[in-house]
Design a protein around this ligand. Sequence first.
Ligand SMILES: Nc1ncnc2c1ncn2[C@@H]1O[C@H](COP(=O)(O)OP(=O)(O)OP(=O)(O)O)[C@@H](O)[C@H]1O
Ligand SMILES: [Mg+2]
Length: 456
Amino acid sequence: MVIKDIGGKPMTAIVVFALCIEYIKDQVSDEVKGAIHGLDDDDIHWVVTVPAIWNEQARQFMIEASAKAGIDKDNLTLALEPECAAMFCRYLAIYKSSKDHEMDLKAFDENSRFMVVDLGGGTIDITLSEVLPSGQLKEIYNATGGPWGGNYINEQIIETLKHVIGWKGMRKIRSDEYDEYLELLRNVEQNKRGVEHDSEFSVIIPNELRGKIIVPESHNQNVRVEKEKYITFSASLMRKIFSSSVDSMIKHVEDLLQKEETCMVSTILLVGGYAASDMVQHGFREKFQKNYKIIIPATPDMVVLKGAVITGHRVEAIVGRMAKYHYGLGLSTSAVSGRIISIGEDEEKSFFSLIIKGQEIKVGDVVTQYEIVLKGNSRWANLEMYTTNENIPRKIINNEHFTKIGSIHVKLPQYKKESNLILTISYDETEFKVVATDKRTGRCFVGTCRFLEKQI
Ligand SMILES: Nc1ncnc2c1ncn2[C@@H]1O[C@H](COP(=O)(O)OP(=O)(O)OP(=O)(O)O)[C@@H](O)[C@H]1O
Ligand SMILES: [Mg+2]
């Protein structure tokens, strides 16, 4: 993927991400090394967090970017943000902001089920977890979410400003007075944070435009110019702007809570910067407070970060995830279930499912094992792994619905027409490792299914 900088210059996304990670890594390393004498790079374990709705391909991307930034794979854990948030809340005292007093963590007792809603700038990321007797967490419903994050509010405000100021005026400061434009964006961000249910919102008018703004009739009910210096939005306009984001997320959460799997959920945990918004808190309380315990930590924007540190210190804090896709082998159509005939390159392939979408998979553990029989005349056989996102996978593999994610090259014995193989599939954070063991010789063939194979 290629992204453009502010001046339109293109750069590959992986380089941009790597540079950002490297910058943060260097800053933190310097800080920590200054504080702890004799600390080596190898003594530091890094945790990079990603939203739970990202797929394996995106997670793999972050591992590659971290490697480029100089973080060795052995010193890296990739953690899912809502899981980190849940970890934080399980381990540290939090504030129940409705009463504003400190409380214990009984919401996270054994077997309790809870929902984490991570409200960020870009996305709202929702996961549902259960606390196991061991204290570990298990995902009980596939992560979902949507693009109703805090930045959406800024965009709506800017959009309204464009109508009030006029497109021409806005374009002019954007192209000629970029500093003032950035100042305006900062001002919008800062003042938006203070908006409460009944409060108005003001921004300072850029110098260039002072005295030139006439509020159009379409907006003069809700927008006014004050002392030629401020543009002020009415409380009802602000409620309307926020409700376009808040209503969508509340509807989404409400739908999720109707599902069979979520009936035992008792607690909703709001984290992420946007959870600090009074409008968001108000919306959630109004809708869910009657039936659910709502927890909003005191500094919701720091929760994921702190939880990531705890996750980094715990070995395998998260035990179970759910498979996001179906995973399986591509086999020649003549194959019968469990009995496999070797595969020619151009033949039509059928899908032999190994892992079912929604199936629970354990991190760092064997997911599944199969015994198959390989027949063939050639000395090598290629076992190809595919994924598909369809709820019920179709039988024949095609390019539109399937993605090839890896293959294992298996050497067949020269003198035998058949080999019995045991396929063992294990899952390690972001990669599926497939080991084919020849039952007779004990010889192992390893294949790793990498989700970026095509892109890099
Ligand atoms: N008091 C507040 N009121 C409203 N919005 C707020 C408040 N404080 C922070 N935000 C918003 O929260 C968002 C940032 O949250 P956070 O730091 O959790 O995002 P992020 O993790 O960087 O984003 P993402 O999770 O989408 O990648 C910004 O949109 C910011 O405007
Ligand atoms: Mg976030």
